[in-house]
Design a protein around this ligand. Structure first.
Ligand code: ATP
Length: 367
């Protein structure tokens, strides 16, 4: 087992494109770290640099107590699982899993022991003699993971390993991989662009954008304490509602007013935070579940009258879409309340649960 450390890592491609900017990241031994972000944010480049498949332009990469900058992939004690798992079609499951170990000239008995043990962990024992074409998508993916496990690496690198699977199988394999991580207690670095996958699997999540780290945190902290508007709207589905507002001062006290909307009553803590803000333009962030049909009991609330535009019935809950300040907003409400398009309803917002961002820098004012 080993932790992984990236110190001031940069990647500038031959064409001059600066893809990764001064990345600093510390992964604990045995941690499940997810790298997530929109397409092109340099998740794969970062993973490939850790694997040694892509050279770094500057900085340091450490795996355990070894600086690996100049080590080829096979000397880094890592194993990688790709989106395109490319099993050898003419080999059986057993041979596919044993192949890498054979190349390393490992003793046959040890190869056999490792392949059978891995097949047991991944529930592949009854499929060892089959060729890949006789396997389902999920089974093929398990073989690809098995091929990595037999090598007993200190770090697993997984690049969108579930993207080729259908939605139901992805959910199943997500759980399988999380269980596997617990069983192996090895460091996992997992790349995905899917924030749900990131939230459900990671011990911690690194959110990237344009080759830079935006925030590294536990799933719950990312959700509850996003450092900026990008994280706030990237994590969570339906996404956080963002309403434009401005600060004005009345009798020496800062007041927040939604653009074309009502004043926003603030808690004492929020007054202090807003007063310290340099700009006067603010974005108020409201998670869909913080709209209610009745005033929440424990905290202050603001009421807003809205006209329902669309109702999305999800079975266990319903998403209500409406307009505030010329912005389309979404509330997540219990499924059993009869609400229809064109209804006029009053919604109450937990003032205490709102987020406030500087409209220019997009930074969360509570940091
Ligand atoms: P995706 O989710 O779409 O796979 P990603 O976050 O993994 O995206 P990368 O594949 O790491 O992103 O690419 C990061 C950036 O570097 C992109 O803008 C990409 O176009 C660019 N890039 C990748 N490889 C090269 C290369 N060999 N030469 C120049 N630019 C490259």
């Amino acid at each position: 087992m080993a932790g992984v450390v990236l110190k001031n890592v940069n990647k500038i491609f031959d064409n001059g494109f600066h893809a990764v900017h001064d990345l600093n990241l510390e992964l604990h031994d045995g941690e499940f770290m997810v790298l997530v972000g929109p397409s092109g944010c340099a998740k794969s480049t970062t993973l490939n640099m850790i694997a040694g498949l892509e050279e770094i332009s500057s900085g340091e990469i450490w795996i355990g107590d070894k600086q690996v900058n100049n080590l080829p992939p096979k000397e880094r004690d890592i194993a990688m699982v790709f989106q395109n798992y490319a099993l050898y079609p003419h080999m059986s499951v057993y041979q596919n899993m044993a192949f890498g170990l054979k190349l390393r000239k490992m003793d046959k008995t040890e190869i056999d022991r490792r392949v059978r043990e891995t097949a047991r962990i991944l529930d592949l024992e009854s499929l060892l003699h089959r060729k890949p074409k006789a396997l389902s998508g999920g089974q093929r993916q398990r073989v690809a993971v098995g091929r990595a496990i037999v090598r007993q690496p200190t770090v697993f690198l997984l690049d969108e390993p579930l993207s080729n699977l259908d939605a139901k199988l992805r959910v199943h394999m997500r759980l399988e991989l999380a269980k596997l991580h617990k069983q192996l207690a090895t460091t996992f670095i997992y790349v995905t662009h899917d924030q749900v996958e990131a939230m459900t699997m990671g011990d911690r999540i690194t959110v990237m954008r344009d080759g830079e780290i935006q925030q590294v945190d536990t799933p719950m902290n990312l959700y509850s304490n996003p450092v900026n508007c990008f994280i706030a709207t990237f994590i969570g589905s339906p996404t956080m509602n963002m309403l434009p507002a401005a600060i004005y001062t009345s009798q020496g006290k800062p007041i927040l007013q939604l653009t074309n909307g009502p004043d926003w009553p603030l808690t004492e803590k929020q007054v202090q935070m807003i007063a310290a803000a340099r700009g006067t333009d603010i974005k108020v962030g409201i998670r869909p579940e913080h709209f209610h049909l009745a005033p929440p009991q424990s905290v202050g609330s603001v009421s807003i009258d809205v006209t329902v535009e669309i109702v999305e019935q999800m079975g266990s809950e319903q998403y209500i879409h409406f307009n505030i300040c010329n912005r389309t907003c979404t509330a997540r409400l219990p499924a059993d309340t009869p609400i229809q398009a064109t209804d006029r309803i009053t919604l109450f917002v937990d003032v205490d649960r709102c987020h406030f961002f500087d409209a220019r820098s997009e930074k969360n004012l509570s940091f």
